[in-house]
Design a protein around this ligand. Structure first.
Ligand SMILES: [Zn+2]
Length: 278
């Protein structure tokens, strides 16, 4: 089953969580769209159509990516915005659910939690714009009073995040990459450097394979595994001589720079209140 497809729940409204950006006027906007949600009922429309054409199907459609997205639990939310803005939304109409969350046709924001980072004037503007939404400054209180609907198709998400273990893995892998980039003389000659690179490669490959062993349901596993494979390729590149460095290290460096830039932009956008959307 897919994260957001495969299961069509029966009748009734389903509560799920999601995050929003807050626009200057106190509007709630999806992270990747400037179309503000209304107070009360909202209807999703398929946007996967050429400009000017009419949507081919009502949203959501199993074969498309359209519909309002939401998560089964707060642990499942993928975006850093949820550290500042989290909403409980009721969904109805066409609903397609998966292992992580759902896509739906109709949605109404029931409750909204804003972190201390959101300026009080902005929170007041949100309250004026969405009079029917229950506003919270206490996240746990909101989730206790507006619990998300449990669906059978959701897979359990790891409740407690362990950011340090992730950083430890990354730091260890990065030091191996740095060691592999140092001039061979510094390590005591070409033979020693090659031996170190070989050992680093095998350690990284073993770590990448063993990564999800204890927590196979951790959503961070595929991303970290990809990172370990990338560093392993980096350490093994010198064995290919100049060509190896050119065709392995250069593209890896490019991907690394793009990833860091993208990550920095997302972090910056998540902390900006109000968001620059309307
Ligand atoms: Zn569609």
């Amino acid at each position: 089953m897919d994260p957001y497809a495969g299961f069509e729940p029966s009748v009734g409204e389903i509560a799920a969580v999601r995050t929003f950006r807050i626009g200057r006027g106190g509007t709630l906007c999806p992270l990747f769209s400037d179309e503000a949600w209304e107070d009360g009922a909202n209807e999703a429309r398929c946007r996967n159509v050429p400009p000017g054409a009419v949507a081919l199907h009502p949203a959501p459609d199993p074969g498309c990516t359209c519909g309002f997205y939401a998560y089964g639990s707060e642990a499942a939310v993928e975006y850093r915005h949820e550290r500042h803005v989290l909403a409980v939304v009721s969904f109805w109409g066409r609903v397609i659910a998966g292992t992580r969350g759902l896509r739906a046709q109709h949605g109404r924001v029931e409750a909204l939690w804003l972190s201390e980072t959101v300026p009080p004037e902005l929170a007041a503007r949100v309250a004026r714009r969405y009079p029917s939404v229950a506003l919270y400054r206490d996240r746990a209180a909101m989730l206790a009073e507006h619990p998300p609907t449990p669906l059978d198709c959701y897979e359990p998400m790891p409740a407690a995040r362990r950011p340090w273990s992730g950083r430890w893995w990354s730091a260890a892998a990065l030091s191996l990459a740095v060691a592999s980039t140092l001039p061979a003389d510094w390590l005591g000659g070409v033979a020693v450097a090659q031996w170190t690179d070989g050992v680093a490669f095998f350690l990284l490959m073993i770590a990448a394979v063993a990564l999800g062993w204890r927590r196979p349901d951790d959503p961070a596993v595929p991303r970290r595994r990809l990172f370990l494979f990338a560093v392993a390729l980096w350490t093994v590149a010198p064995f290919g001589g100049t060509l190896g460095v050119l065709f392995l290290r250069l593209p890896l460096l490019e991907v690394a720079v793009l990833t860091v830039v993208q990550w920095a932009r997302v972090v910056r956008a998540a902390r900006r209140f109000p968001a620059d959307v309307d």
